[in-house]
Design a protein around this ligand. Structure first.
Ligand code: FE
Ligand code: FE
Ligand code: MG
Length: 164
């Protein structure tokens, strides 16, 4: 823990750590949801969808890395067991029981919309009282906004294809 780095946080550090661990749980669940979705997805435009899902899985894992680094910088501990992901998550987990491409896309769009709300709220809560967490949340939010748009564009292409 960097003492000066922690001292400049003008908020209850434990509150910030709770927000961060909740986001950390979301990122792991999002990673797994994308990773598994890419394995099982079926239907038209499957190859394009798999490529996008795999890219997003890699991004979610990178987000988990960014969030855990910030937790450690603030003197906290990232959740120590996967079981705790379900106790802390904001956005939950949708299992790809229906592997049809439209279902997988819709499930992940829902997840991205939740992630956008979570990071938007985090940015509002920490504000400039914790500029390092703020900057991390802005960077992740930019990715989540891009993810939502990528998936919605794929869904639109699929709708066009299936109306023919
Ligand atoms: Fe993410
Ligand atoms: Fe995402
Ligand atoms: Mg993408």
């Amino acid at each position: 823990m960097g003492t000066k780095g922690r001292e400049i946080v003008g908020l209850d550090v434990n509150k910030v750590l709770e927000l961060l661990n909740k986001a950390f749980a979301d990122e792991w669940l999002a990673y797994y949801q994308y990773w598994l979705g890419a394995k099982v997805v079926s239907g038209p435009m499957k190859d394009a969808v798999i490529a996008e899902l795999m890219q997003h899985a890699a991004d979610e894992l990178r987000h988990a890395d960014m969030v855990s680094n910030r937790i450690i910088q603030l003197g906290g501990a990232p959740l120590t067991t996967p079981k705790k992901w379900f106790d802390f998550t904001n956005c939950g987990y949708d299992s790809p029981d229906n592997s049809f491409v439209q279902n997988i896309l819709q499930q992940n769009i829902k997840g991205e919309q939740c992630a956008i709300s979570v990071y938007h709220a985090m940015i509002g809560e920490v504000g400039l009282k914790d500029p390092v967490t703020y900057n991390m949340a802005v960077q992740i939010l930019q990715d989540e906004v891009e993810h939502e748009e990528d998936l919605q564009a794929l869904l639109e292409d699929l709708d066009v294809l299936m109306k023919k």
